[in-house]
Ligand binder design. Structure first.
Ligand code: NAD
Length: 252
């Protein structure tokens, strides 16, 4: 049986770790050829094609996107996944931190999409999936800057979907809850009591545990493939119910 994505070519930003790496591997498993655009692509082993790119730098993104398109003979799928975090209330981050996080998380999506669009327009199965976050729809404490950046990604995804639907390019996003990736590992390591912090994050999710990178990858790959040919402008929550469910406290 031919795999669902056979013959399709994908680019995943931030695909060398966590959600991006799980997505890149699943895309390959489903038959796609995959280029990973990452600050440090050295961990990307064949069949992944690792390319150095900084989504904060337009020339770097354009160069890597052109290299991927030339290597594959086109691009059908773009996963805008590279992102960075920030902690604090609206009082806590400097203007410089605001500019940096918005530059990577929001303009990074803009740069990669701009560079990929000429190639996506030539595809008959063009799709973009943006990695957004539960921080877009839910108010999380100590995440003012990060939430603002992901709120922008959410709105940008909808606007892009409207702009490009008549060109045959679908745009969707996924909203993961807290996902067990190296990113969260770093946050836990930096906390005073990593075990207690992990337990608190588990408890915040209605299904009682962190989301896995493979679960987010499955959602991204589903939205990216031709089977989702009529799905555009949507957000798919992969958050154990965090955005939509209101449970009674345990035992009450
Ligand atoms: P991660 O740190 O494990 O992986 C992120 C990857 O992006 C790394 O390989 C990193 O090198 C790369 N990257 C960072 N800045 C880059 C840049 N300027 N140019 C190119 N590559 C860059 O993180 P993750 O947890 O897999 O997160 C991936 C995405 O998922 C991010 O957009 C994040 O905001 C989002 N997200 C994560 C969680 C979570 O709990 N882990 C939850 C919701 C959303």
């Amino acid at each position: 049986m031919t795999a669902e994505l056979t013959g399709l070519h994908a680019v995943v930003t931030g695909g060398a770790s966590g959600i991006g790496l799980a997505t890149s591997r699943l895309l390959v498993e489903r038959g796609a050829r995959v280029a990973v655009l990452n600050l440090d692509p050295s961990g990307c082993e064949p069949p992944l094609t690792g390319l150095h790119a900084d989504v904060g730098n337009d020339a770097s993104v354009r160069d890597a996107m052109e290299a991927a398109a030339a290597a594959f003979g086109g691009i059908d799928i773009l996963v805008n996944n590279a992102g960075i975090g920030a902690a604090g209330t609206v009082e806590d981050n400097s203007d410089e931190q605001w500019h940096t996080v918005l530059d990577i998380n929001v303009l990074g999506v803009v740069r990669a999409t701009r560079a990929a669009l000429p190639h996506l327009r030539r595809s008959t199965h063009a799709a973009i999936v943006n990695t957004c976050s539960i921080a877009a729809p839910a108010g999380l404490p100590q995440r003012a800057l990060y939430s603002a950046s992901k709120g922008a990604v959410f709105s940008l995804s909808r606007a892009m979907a409207a702009d490009h639907v008549r060109e045959g390019i679908r745009v969707n996003c996924v909203n993961p809850g807290t996902v067990d990736t190296p990113w969260i590992g770093r946050l836990l390591d930096a906390s005073d009591d990593p075990a207690a912090e992990r337990a608190a994050l588990n408890a915040r999710q209605p299904h009682g545990r962190l989301v896995t990178a493979d679960e987010v990858a499955a959602a991204i790959v589903c939205l990216a493939g031709p089977a989702a040919g009529s799905v555009t402008g949507t957000v798919l929550a992969v958050d154990g119910g965090m955005a939509g469910l209101r449970l009674r406290p345990v035992g009450i």
